[in-house]
Write a protein that binds this ligand. Structure first.
Ligand SMILES: NCc1[nH]cc(CCC(=O)O)c1CC(=O)O
Length: 326
């Protein structure tokens, strides 16, 4: 019996392709046949300096910050052109459409943010008013909470583009996810990795989200068998510990409004027989910080842990801090 070829959809950036190839290799190790199809998203097109972004997608839904790297890939998944979308989990909105599911979350790599600078080997060594290349509201707010004198330079584009702009002198230092730099082997200029209390990572940072069509009972349709086959194959790549951690983190994000443009970080990991969930919300100017570290014994549900932390953040005024974001 021949089994179906698993078709992976991926963005064309070097990091996205690295991630898709990584998952393809894991599936091939299990005996599957895998192909990768490159899909260009609106988020990719926005990185072109001459691109004027439309307000809506072709189907009329508004383009907001949520999921700009996702839409065209999910369309291919819905249409059956691909079977599996490999995403950076932190780019994936907390709510998926009901026809899709996160079939697996493989073992996470380093979730921390990294500091890139050659002249000064740490944030605290930068001169007054140094310019950091980042457009992330979370990184900007958390950096300002540590160093109110810092200035920011808008820095979009993939990892190579940002490193090039930095090396050309457009900014003094960069803050980027360790995960992307480690995967691409571009760590030569990393001299500091921030602790999760200094700069709390974005929910899901360092993890991949493997999205498939939801498998239905065999009666559901002509592709039901294929969908069930793909789901089972992908599910075998799930890491329960990572799945727990990112579920707790994403619950915090969802409870506070969702979206990757919020100055909110959440990071969960296991320490002996407890989970530690760190979460931080910072006003855009860095002046007010709501910071929570909750420890819960193993056995708690990820969603309960996430909700408890979201409630603690709200009690510390997190909603007011987030409402200051433009
Ligand atoms: N928002 C872009 C993005 N999406 C995922 C990563 C890195 C990989 C990861 O966090 O898993 C990056 C680059 C960055 O934030 O530096």
């Amino acid at each position: 019996m021949t089994t179906p070829t698993i078709r992976i959809g991926s963005r064309g950036s070097e990091l996205a392709l690295w991630q898709a190839n990584h998952i393809a290799a894991l599936l091939r190790d299990k005996g599957h046949t895998v192909e990768i199809e490159v899909i260009r998203t609106i988020g990719d097109r926005m990185q072109d300096p001459n691109f004027v972004a439309p307000r809506t997608y072709a189907d009329g839904t508004p383009i907001d910050g949520k999921g700009i790297f996702i839409k065209e890939i999910e369309e291919a998944l819905a249409a059956g052109r691909i079977d599996l979308a490999v995403h950076s989990l932190k780019d994936l909105p907390t709510e998926l459409e009901s026809r899709f599911t996160l079939a697996a979350i493989p073992t996470r790599v380093d979730a921390r943010d990294a500091f890139i600078c050659e002249e000064h080997w740490g944030l605290h060594m930068l001169p007054m008013g140094a310019k950091i290349g980042t457009t992330s509201p979370r990184r900007q707010a958390m950096l300002l909470a540590l160093r109110p004198d810092l200035e920011f330079v808008a820095m979009r584009g993939n990892i190579d583009t940002r490193l090039r702009k930095w090396s050309e002198g457009q900014c003094d230092a960069l803050v980027l996810a360790s995960a992307g730099l480690d995967r691409l082997g571009r760590t030569e200029h990393v001299h500091q990795r921030f602790s999760v209390d200094e700069i709390t990572p974005a929910p899901g940072q360092g993890a991949l989200g493997l999205e498939t069509r939801k498998p239905y009972p065999a009666a559901a349709g002509p592709d039901a068998e294929r969908d069930a086959f793909v789901y089972d194959a992908v599910r075998s790549l799930n890491d329960p510990a990572t799945e727990f951690a990112v579920s707790a983190e994403r619950t915090v994000l969802a409870a506070l409004g969702g979206g990757c443009q919020l100055p909110l970080g959440a990071f969960c990991h296991r320490v002996d027989d407890h989970y530690h969930l760190h979460a931080m919300v910072v006003a855009p100017d860095g002046e007010q910080v709501a910071h929570v570290l909750r420890k819960a014994p193993v056995g708690i549900a990820a969603i309960d842990l996430g909700h408890a932390v979201a409630e603690e953040l709200k009690a510390l005024g997190a909603i007011e801090l987030l409402s200051q974001t433009a």
